[in-house]
Write a protein that binds this ligand. Sequence first.
Ligand code: SAM
Length: 346
Amino acid sequence: MIRIRDLWQIVRIAGPFGFWRLLRHSRSLKQTTGRFLVQHALFALDRVGLVDSLLSDGGLDVASKPELDSSMLLAVCEYLYENRLLERMSPTRFQARNRSEFRAMLRCMYASFAYGQPLGALDKLLTGQWKYGRDVVRDGKYDAMASADLTSLFSYGFSASVLRTTGARSVLDLGCGTGGFLDYLRDHGFSGALYGLDLSEDAIDEGIRHGAEARGVELHVGDLFEVANYRSDLQEGKLDVLSLMFVLHEFEDGAVMDMLRRIGREFPGTSVLLTELPARSSDEIRNARRTVFPELKFVHEISGQILRTRDQWKDLFERSGFTLRAERANELTNQLCMFFASIEST
Ligand SMILES: C[S@@+](CC[C@H](N)C(=O)[O-])C[C@H]1O[C@@H](n2cnc3c(N)ncnc32)[C@H](O)[C@@H]1O
């Protein structure tokens, strides 16, 4: 309850302008540090494996964790309780207040912490003391999960709609993350062979943990530059399509062309389905208000990822022996899907 007497006292001591500044400053402080602290608290709970207990019917009893510092854990839980993310069942027992909201917060935390390491070392990256890729990298598992969260909402359906027009019967998704696109294809009536390859062991483990095998989706850990080495693990015979969804922008032009030429040699007749965020100018992004593009562009740039325009992609593929057969773009969601056939097979 706000007491009029207290309000009056603030106005009298700070003055009306000071009162307004105090209000404004506390609100910004709450917004900025609040988000930061909640994210760190969730990150810590996830790292020490307490998230499932908080989401369970019985909740988490702080007293039942003698291996952890109880006053620290109580501080974390009380903070989340005060911010209405947790309910307090007893003085030491806490539970997620709204499970779906809590899960959604966790997913946002994964997205933030995917780039937690490079962001924490931004000063070193700015001074050139450290180099991204050599001294610091993003978290592969969190990145794959955050990527899948966003792409599953539209990109999977978007790229599947282009894939459907090609009559493909087998797909290998390179840089598949947790295998979400392949799961989507299976769940939406694709009956052919589905394979995925990703460098991140954590991401592949996560996909397997979520039942990829039961859906007939085969996931492998490996480097897409060495994809020919995994050919024996793949279906005998021809592979129709190699999908590259939000992965080729990780590499410089020379590496992309080298990789595409290898695909042309090692998988003759196989087509490539490319899904990417096309490059947009800062002014365009600034005008697309309330979107996540500025955040996406920023993390891409600090981690040496290269967003290219549609024409730059077309040019790279053509110089590597592929020809554009179909394409679809959506400017609202800022994405591009291009289907290329190798020149020998046209
Ligand atoms: C932004 S995520 C995209 C994941 C997934 N394709 C999607 O759209 O949700 C990029 C993925 O590429 C993988 N990746 C990066 N370099 C790779 C490489 N050389 N070989 C295989 N996978 C790689 C990363 O591990 C990560 O899972």
